[in-house]
Design a protein around this ligand. Sequence first.
Ligand code: FMN
Length: 384
Amino acid sequence: MSFSNKLKQMVKLCGLSFGAFSAICIYKEDTKFYKTYVMPIVHLLDPEQAHQFSVIINKYRLLPRSKYNDPDSLKVQAFGSLFNNPVGIAAGYDKNAEAVLGLNDMGFGFVEIGSVTPLPQDGNEKPRVFRLKKDEAVINRYGFNSDGHEIVLKRIYELRESNYNGIIGINLGKNKTSPDPIGDYVKGIIRFGPVANYLVINISSPNTPGLRNMQGKKELYDLLVPVVQAAKSVPNRPALLLKLAPDLSFEERKDVADVINKKECQVDGLIISNTTISRPNSLNCKEEAQQTGGLSGKPLKELSTKMIADMYKLTNGIPIIGVGGICTGEDAYEKIKAGAVVVQVYTALVYEGPTLVTEIKKSLDKLLAEDGFKTIGEAVGKSS
Ligand SMILES: Cc1cc2nc3c(=O)[nH]c(=O)nc-3n(C[C@H](O)[C@H](O)[C@H](O)COP(=O)(O)O)c2cc1C
């Protein structure tokens, strides 16, 4: 055999061996394999393309279903639903309800869709997502790119009609140029209420001008009165949650607590937190950090945990979904002990890959046992 033929054979063999090795690692849900090989290859794509690519993978359920069986210790009763485990995917990943089944296969205990706006809109100009690799963080300024209520609602009805009974939260946004922002949220509640386990009033994304002002005392009161009323009118009334920004000062946090403690403004829970517009000095990626938008991932972790603890105390223990910089079971456990009843992740998936969900669950189960807790519920708020 000539030298060049031998070389071709060798290359073929190496390719086949690596293919077989990859298949085994994917089947065995090998975390190191994803972190060392798969995610760096995915990162050759620009961040928005990589996001779209992974949504397609989940849409067509191209990854094997996680083999981990959720233990009883991880079951949580909250927001009127029984969660098989407390780890959910945060809003912004599956904005248009395309990937729910794949996310469920990955082992998530619940999926939050959105933010969804009443009318379809494109969002901001590209590029609008940036990786801060050394910080394991992301900055995004998507600006509510959404297929709109009608299309997203149709997808969720199809899921429900196919007997999918996993927990679905719908995160509601407003159109950029809406003349009636409050009306946008009310429409979302009426339309999605019958198919959602919980609804989220998102007034904390930094990429829609003026949105975050709705967290002000008077603005919040004016929003919550009609919104709470609308939620009450929906058959099978889903839980109503409010998603907050981590950049509120302590005074502003107190104002929010005062408003939601009023009977006519009572929501069923809070999601803490959205991305931050702050840029901690500790960031390594100084250049990328200058991009406008919301920062998520590791550098957000302490800020959001502190806010969970504050709001848990200020509201005398309102149920909270804790989110922001969770990369490990320990991070999730910190949020639970600060007052979160369930948690969500997003940015860490960009760096760790899909096996992260199982890793967090395994570690949470172990941490609970080490502290002598039988369930997640027993650990909620224990460090507050
Ligand atoms: C690319 C991207 C898009 C997001 N889009 C939304 C959104 O549409 N609505 C929303 O409420 N939060 C959105 N978020 C915020 C996340 O839901 C979450 O609150 C935040 O990223 C903190 O969690 P993490 O550090 O685990 O990513 C987005 C986050 C990222 C990274």
